[in-house]
Design a protein around this ligand. Structure first.
Ligand SMILES: [Ca+2]
Ligand SMILES: [Ca+2]
Length: 131
Protein backbone atom coordinates (compact mmCIF):
# COMPACT_ATOMS: atom_id res chain seq x y z
CA UNK A 1 0.00 0.00 0.00
CA UNK A 2 1.38 3.43 -0.88
CA UNK A 3 1.87 6.03 1.79
CA UNK A 4 -1.05 8.00 0.40
CA UNK A 5 -3.31 4.95 0.58
CA UNK A 6 -2.27 4.37 4.18
CA UNK A 7 -3.00 8.00 4.98
CA UNK A 8 -6.43 7.85 3.36
CA UNK A 9 -7.22 4.56 5.11
CA UNK A 10 -6.20 6.08 8.43
CA UNK A 11 -8.41 9.11 7.87
CA UNK A 12 -11.29 6.79 7.02
CA UNK A 13 -10.79 4.73 10.17
CA UNK A 14 -10.60 7.75 12.44
CA UNK A 15 -13.64 9.32 10.79
CA UNK A 16 -15.58 6.04 11.12
CA UNK A 17 -14.68 5.98 14.81
CA UNK A 18 -16.19 9.44 15.14
CA UNK A 19 -12.88 10.93 16.23
CA UNK A 20 -13.19 13.86 13.90
CA UNK A 21 -15.31 15.18 11.11
CA UNK A 22 -14.01 15.03 7.58
CA UNK A 23 -14.01 18.54 6.16
CA UNK A 24 -15.99 19.12 3.05
CA UNK A 25 -13.98 20.32 0.06
CA UNK A 26 -15.48 23.80 0.42
CA UNK A 27 -14.17 24.06 3.98
CA UNK A 28 -10.59 23.19 3.08
CA UNK A 29 -8.01 25.86 2.44
CA UNK A 30 -7.56 26.56 -1.22
CA UNK A 31 -4.48 24.98 -2.74
CA UNK A 32 -1.91 27.64 -3.32
CA UNK A 33 -1.19 28.00 -6.99
CA UNK A 34 1.89 29.05 -8.92
CA UNK A 35 0.76 32.64 -9.49
CA UNK A 36 0.05 33.41 -5.82
CA UNK A 37 3.27 31.78 -4.68
CA UNK A 38 5.31 33.62 -7.28
CA UNK A 39 3.74 36.98 -6.49
CA UNK A 40 4.37 36.48 -2.77
CA UNK A 41 8.03 35.58 -3.33
CA UNK A 42 7.70 32.25 -1.54
CA UNK A 43 8.95 28.70 -1.80
CA UNK A 44 6.15 26.34 -2.77
CA UNK A 45 6.20 22.59 -3.39
CA UNK A 46 3.45 20.47 -4.88
CA UNK A 47 2.45 16.83 -5.04
CA UNK A 48 2.20 16.76 -8.83
CA UNK A 49 3.96 18.34 -11.78
CA UNK A 50 2.95 21.79 -13.01
CA UNK A 51 2.26 23.18 -9.52
CA UNK A 52 -0.75 20.85 -9.23
CA UNK A 53 -2.03 18.57 -6.52
CA UNK A 54 -1.54 19.08 -2.80
CA UNK A 55 0.54 22.14 -1.92
CA UNK A 56 2.66 20.51 0.78
CA UNK A 57 5.09 23.37 1.36
CA UNK A 58 4.57 27.14 1.43
CA UNK A 59 7.46 29.07 2.95
CA UNK A 60 8.04 32.80 3.19
CA UNK A 61 11.07 34.17 1.37
CA UNK A 62 11.62 36.75 4.12
CA UNK A 63 14.46 34.90 5.81
CA UNK A 64 16.91 32.04 5.42
CA UNK A 65 16.64 28.83 7.42
CA UNK A 66 16.28 25.05 7.46
CA UNK A 67 12.96 23.23 7.60
CA UNK A 68 11.60 19.71 7.51
CA UNK A 69 8.96 18.60 5.07
CA UNK A 70 6.43 16.85 7.36
CA UNK A 71 6.61 13.05 7.24
CA UNK A 72 2.93 12.47 6.41
CA UNK A 73 2.45 15.73 4.55
CA UNK A 74 4.98 15.95 1.81
CA UNK A 75 7.97 13.66 2.42
CA UNK A 76 8.70 11.74 -0.78
CA UNK A 77 5.79 13.39 -2.58
CA UNK A 78 7.16 16.55 -4.17
CA UNK A 79 7.04 16.69 -7.96
CA UNK A 80 7.19 20.43 -8.70
CA UNK A 81 8.93 23.30 -6.89
CA UNK A 82 8.92 27.05 -7.22
CA UNK A 83 11.66 29.07 -5.55
CA UNK A 84 10.38 32.64 -5.94
CA UNK A 85 12.72 33.96 -3.24
CA UNK A 86 15.99 35.84 -3.57
CA UNK A 87 17.79 32.92 -1.86
CA UNK A 88 19.13 29.58 -3.03
CA UNK A 89 16.97 26.58 -2.16
CA UNK A 90 18.52 23.16 -1.56
CA UNK A 91 16.31 20.09 -1.31
CA UNK A 92 17.56 17.03 0.58
CA UNK A 93 16.50 13.45 -0.11
CA UNK A 94 16.44 12.61 3.64
CA UNK A 95 15.25 14.19 6.87
CA UNK A 96 17.61 16.45 8.79
CA UNK A 97 19.25 17.99 5.71
CA UNK A 98 21.08 14.82 4.74
CA UNK A 99 21.21 12.61 1.67
CA UNK A 100 21.31 13.66 -1.96
CA UNK A 101 20.70 17.30 -2.84
CA UNK A 102 19.13 19.37 -5.57
CA UNK A 103 19.67 23.14 -5.57
CA UNK A 104 17.47 25.76 -7.19
CA UNK A 105 18.89 29.22 -7.82
CA UNK A 106 16.78 32.26 -6.83
CA UNK A 107 13.63 32.71 -8.94
CA UNK A 108 13.68 29.19 -10.36
CA UNK A 109 10.79 26.87 -11.17
CA UNK A 110 11.04 23.13 -11.68
CA UNK A 111 7.67 22.28 -13.23
CA UNK A 112 8.18 18.54 -13.47
CA UNK A 113 10.81 16.69 -11.46
CA UNK A 114 9.83 13.42 -13.12
CA UNK A 115 12.00 14.40 -16.04
CA UNK A 116 15.70 15.04 -15.81
CA UNK A 117 16.29 15.89 -12.15
CA UNK A 118 16.36 12.41 -10.57
CA UNK A 119 14.55 13.87 -7.57
CA UNK A 120 10.88 13.07 -8.10
CA UNK A 121 8.99 12.10 -4.90
CA UNK A 122 12.31 12.36 -3.09
CA UNK A 123 12.63 15.61 -1.07
CA UNK A 124 12.28 15.31 2.74
CA UNK A 125 13.87 18.54 4.04
CA UNK A 126 15.11 21.84 2.63
CA UNK A 127 17.23 24.90 3.27
CA UNK A 128 17.08 28.54 2.14
CA UNK A 129 20.38 30.46 2.14
CA UNK A 130 22.19 33.40 0.59
CA UNK A 131 24.13 32.56 -2.54
CA1 LIG B 1 4.50 13.43 -6.42
CA1 LIG C 1 10.91 15.33 6.45
Amino acid sequence: MSKKSVRLALVGLLAAAGMFTVATPAAQAATRGYADCNQAGQVCMWEDGGAQGDNWVTRSGAKTGKWEIPAWNGDNEISSVLNATKYCLTLYSNDGWTGRTLTLRPHTYLPNMKTGYNFNDDAESYKLYSC
